[in-house]
Design a protein around this ligand. Structure first.
Ligand code: AMP
Ligand code: MN
Ligand code: MN
Length: 318
């Protein structure tokens, strides 16, 4: 942490980025660190390759996050947040690779240790927890805007303090953020309280698609591009639906196969969740992805039948 603080102190222009299909932790960490560095007098750019999902657009200053790296600024240092590998930042990776100094701040157990300076803690409930510690160590005051970003990162990555990564820090930091003015009801209302009608219809189709393996230990949920078209929803509307398939009794692993709108057909993202008895990070890593012990994912280009066959083999191994 001290070497990273040294780097952030001596460099003036900071490029901050995070993973594609950003979640609450990615966006919260990006805003919290970016705005704190700006308060220290740095020139900053906060970039994400993908649009901000509707449920996170309530975050103050979220419109400061851009899709492209601003041209005409010679950045001195890049900070990559909440990414187990550099590829996770998508097209921004090219700009990051050209940067003189790259800092990697993350909490994925599969972190590939990229970058010149690393702050990786797999015991942190969220990257936002590590960002909180960093901001405190740099003695930058935390205002309500930054507090809301940190709170949202921890609140969403712990599944509202329900997932196995929920630790003491999740509660102590969030308590402090509430004392600094965060309104828990407002955050929860935006993140979970409002669903578009299309999303409810997508949920209906997602529930209908659930298959249970013969041994009852695994579920497979499938979301096709056709379903998104029919319900007029976006890929982000699939976020969290896998939790329904995981809650089914006796299920140890839940898989969600989500068809991607890529350049060629047959591209899928597979999300894996476990009840804690199976290390899905290892399973995802073996397929070129990564994640945490009970929440991981990978992308694959193959016929749907092959993707399912692979998952069924997994179920048998369970
Ligand atoms: P998801 O299934 O996309 O909700 O992601 C679950 C967890 O796995 C998150 O912490 C992601 O950061 C991680 N993850 C998902 N896809 C990948 C991937 N292709 N490579 C590495 N990590 C991933
Ligand atoms: Mn994330
Ligand atoms: Mn995270």
């Amino acid at each position: 942490m001290q070497s990273i603080i040294h780097q952030l102190t001596r460099n003036k222009r900071v490029l901050l980025t995070t993973h594609t299909h950003p979640d609450g932790d990615a966006i919260g960490s990006l805003l919290a660190l970016g705005l704190s560095l700006e308060r220290m007098g740095k020139t900053i750019a906060m970039v994400d390759d993908d649009p901000i999902p509707a449920i996170y657009r309530f975050l103050p200053k979220v419109d400061r996050i851009t899709r492209r790296v601003p041209s005409g600024v010679d950045f001195d240092i890049a900070v990559v947040l909440d990414c187990g590998s550099l590829q996770r930042v998508g097209a921004v990776a090219r700009a990051v690779a050209l940067m003189p100094v790259v800092v990697n701040i993350d909490h994925h157990v599969t972190n590939e240790a990229f970058g010149d300076f690393r702050l990786v803690d797999a015991d942190a409930c969220a990257t936002a927890e590590i960002i909180y510690r960093l901001i405190r160590e740099m003695s930058v005051p935390i205002d309500k805007i930054v507090a809301t970003a940190i709170y949202t990162g921890i609140f969403t990555d712990t599944g509202s303090f329900r997932f196995s990564n929920t630790n003491l820090e999740a509660f102590t930091i969030c308590q402090e953020m509430v004392a600094l003015g965060v309104d828990p009801y407002q955050v929860a209302k935006h993140v979970y309280g409002t669903y578009s009608l299309g999303r409810i219809k997508l949920l209906n189709m997602a529930l209908d698609s659930i298959e249970l393996t013969a041994n009852g230990k695994m579920t497979i949920m499938t979301l096709s591009l056709e379903m998104f078209r029919e319900t007029r929803t976006q890929p982000e509307d699939g976020d969290g639906l896998i939790n329904y398939a995981r809650r089914i009794e006796d299920v140890r692993v839940a898989a969600l196969i989500q068809e991607l709108n890529g350049n060629s057909p047959g591209q899928y993202h597979v999300s894996l969740r476990s009840d804690g008895s199976v290390d899905v990070a290892r399973i995802a890593q073996a397929r070129g992805g990564g994640g945490h012990a009970s929440a991981a994912g990978f992308s694959v280009t193959a016929p749907l039948a092959d993707v399912k066959a692979d998952l069924l083999r997994l179920a048998e191994q369970l």
